[in-house]
Design a protein around this ligand. Structure first.
Ligand SMILES: [Zn+2]
Length: 123
């Protein structure tokens, strides 16, 4: 992966982290305001939806990954950013193959190729 690509993914990671942090705040706020919002039918305090980040694929993968805590994902984003600094971003942590861009576009903070991710999910 060249430096220009790295820069693109770094910016995505930063944007994603900012959004997740915002969502964590929004969720906290939403919980606090919940009873009032429900009474008013006010949806403006709902967490920001993900539609504008990217593809359907991204959304699917992202919803799956939401089973992890947002803090956990933020940690992985920061790891990925360190890997960009080291120049190892985009390589599978497990087997060392290049992770396809389609996958990085879907989950920019992933550190495993599809095969290794599937293996680790199966235990
Ligand atoms: Zn792998």
């Amino acid at each position: 992966m060249n430096k220009a690509d790295m820069k693109v993914y770094r910016e995505r990671l930063i944007a994603l982290r900012a959004r997740l942090r915002g969502d964590v705040d929004n969720l906290a706020n939403a919980t606090l305001k919940k009873s009032r919002s429900e009474a008013n039918g006010d949806l403006s305090s709902m967490p920001i939806h993900m539609a504008d980040i990217g593809s359907d694929n991204f959304e699917q993968e992202f919803s799956l990954s939401l089973m992890e805590s947002e803090e956990g994902i933020i940690g992985r984003i920061e790891q990925a950013m360190e890997r960009i600094e080291e120049g190892t971003y985009g390589q599978c942590e497990e087997c060392g193959v290049r992770i396809p861009k389609a996958r990085l576009n879907a989950i920019p903070y992933t550190t495993l190729c599809v095969k290794c991710a599937a293996d680790s999910e199966q235990g």
